[in-house]
Design a protein around this ligand. Sequence first.
Ligand SMILES: C=C(O[C@@H]1C=C(C(=O)O)C=C[C@H]1O)C(=O)O
Length: 385
Amino acid sequence: MNSPLLDERPTSTATAPADGNADFAFSSGRWTLEASGGEVLRPVFGRSPGAAREVIHDLQERERATGRTQVLCGMIPFDLSEPAELRMTDDAVWTPHVASGSGDVVPGQLPAAPESERFRHNVSEALDRIGSGSLEKVVLSRTMTMRLKDADRRGAEERLFDRLSAVGGRADVFRVRLEDGTSWIGASPEIIADVNDSRFVTHPLAGSLGRSPGGPDAEDATRLLSSSAKDLHEHGFVTRHIRESIGRLASELQVPVRPQLFVTDSMWHLGTRITGRLAPEVSALEAALAIHPTPAVGGTPVGPAVRTILDLEGGSRSYYSGLVGWTDSSGNGRWSLALRCASLAGQFITLYAGAGIVAGSDPESEHAETASKFGTVLRALNGLV
Ligand SMILES: C=C(O[C@@H]1C=C(C(=O)O)C=C[C@H]1O)C(=O)O
């Protein structure tokens, strides 16, 4: 699905094809942004409303001082009390995105998503907490770690990026190399803030069904998801949160009353495309931070949900379910959720998947949902692990 931005970008005149060497690559629809070098910032955004404006102000100053167009890009963690890693750089080019096809996928057995008793237990524990009234929704996640076969990690990263781009027609495919040597790669289905000339789009997803050969088709999925009180309830938390959190920054906001079916390579989701117009001084970064974390990845109310996640998951999520994207000095840009993704450290790759828990959730179905969500990266890993 194209956002208003996608048809109008790029403003850069670069013609070089994406070469896989950039520190940051982000491909949404028709364009791939590749950025490298520049200055790396580690702001802690917390809940400070002014923090995004300070960063944009620095970007504008740098543009004035250097006389060169600057872009800010990188990742923001799930937990805003942890530092982001953002790059301010003039070495940024947009090139037309060409899906390279998935021809190099070798036949072979895909690793299965592991069983996780701990995840099932965490879902039961969350249901108890929901039952006792301390929160209404929480998104719990689990991980799976594998070893890459080949010592050529850069090569594996390029392969993964290409394969995810080939399947991810409606996904924002990203590859971010962080300064500590870790890389993050994924195919995000979920736009948090796309801003072009103050026109704003966000497209939250919540309420899911696995998609596999022989499983529900689009008609079944529409029927099942749109008649599921549990999934509609789960979705409603997200649209309400967005209306409340972006409302004060927007002069117009259109929120459709009913969600629609959204499809990825591995999932069917309920999605609502919310559009609007932001006040002129509000950047894509500020809009994304005002919304994050939505109950699609955190929960309701936000504070107790984030505490429950830290408590039950037993460690930081780092950038999983955080934000990945870019903003320019005029405030245009796009930030998506770091989902259907993996982190690579040394020869190890860790995949992440979560599911929203509300009253009525079933630990077994939520476990199956996370297994389906691993599928996006697992399929792209064929032959590499
Ligand atoms: C948390 C994830 O996905 C999120 C949770 C969803 C749900 O619970 O239905 C749906 C889409 C995403 O907002 C994930 O992919 O890891």
